[in-house]
Write a protein that binds this ligand. Sequence first.
Ligand code: SF4
Ligand code: SF4
Length: 340
Amino acid sequence: MQGNQKLPLADKCGFFEIRFESIGGLGAHLAGQIFAIAAVLKLGFNGAHFSSYGSEKKGSPIKSYVRLCPADRELRNSSPVERPDLVAVFHEALLRMPSTCAGLKPSGALILNTGKTWEQLASYPLPVPARVYAVDAIGIAVEEKSRVNTAMLGAAARALSFLNPDVLLEAIVEILGGKHPAAVDSNRRTFRRGFEEARLVWESQSAGPSSGDGVAARPAPVYGYLTAPPGGLIVNPGNTILNDLSASRQGFLPVFDPALCNHCGLCDLVCPDYCLVWGSASEPITRRLEGIDYQYCKGCLRCVDSCPTGALKKEREQDGFAQAHRTPLFPGKIGNRSGG
Ligand code: SF4
Ligand code: SF4
């Protein structure tokens, strides 16, 4: 054990709290687990880790929590972290939701998976905590053939001075070595790059509360027994037109070249989300592939694998590309969001 480190901050209960905000499939739960194992088993803190996520394994929002306190304190609290000292956002699409960074303490730190500058992030409802770090974790993971989570852990080690990066790396190697030995080397490189390439894009000069001192967000039931519609009526049904799967893409998307397409339809047979848009045509074909509605594309790339002519290519997703190049499935309808 490499203990005796002091937690830099603690709330009135004596806890140091972390929240990983992510999309299922990016490894936030495992990242929280690794973080807690390093902090508890290697640094000697008391700690707890738990996650909350929906029914889908991939693509739906997930929150992973780590709560730490000194070894001489008891930790019996397993409630969600609402006033974190650190928030790490694993996917830029989550920044559209104010709840992502809600409750972050003014003295806290924010880590964003993005290649953008602080000024370029101005369109998002971000808080202004003491420090904000940006790291292109998707770019690193793509280049190293690994996952976003170890790059984000590297950035967390950069943001938290009490956390020795070698200790965190040791925990990564131990855990991945047991489960996926072949992935250890690429994740070791990913972690180191996350640590080295995390950029401090904002640092507050004042110690007091900032304009971005977000209040904690606690989702409440929409209906109670006094307010539910009679007879169990569903007055606001879900509609797949409203789905936005763009946050499920992990760095790549299919790009369509109409000049190479013979409109065979093989891509449509394998697409799980019906995001290929077809128009009418004249003989000898009956339907013409017009493009892709990126709002519904989760980047599985099955269409690319099935295309016999090379009309669909796998490309690294650049900021704004999906929005600029999508072909809407429902032109002029409510479902047309950014798609990017
Ligand atoms: S599989 Fe390729 S060639 Fe066939 S319709 Fe799709 S994009 Fe066009
Ligand atoms: S990558 Fe291709 S197959 Fe997968 S969801 Fe997008 S359009 Fe459909």
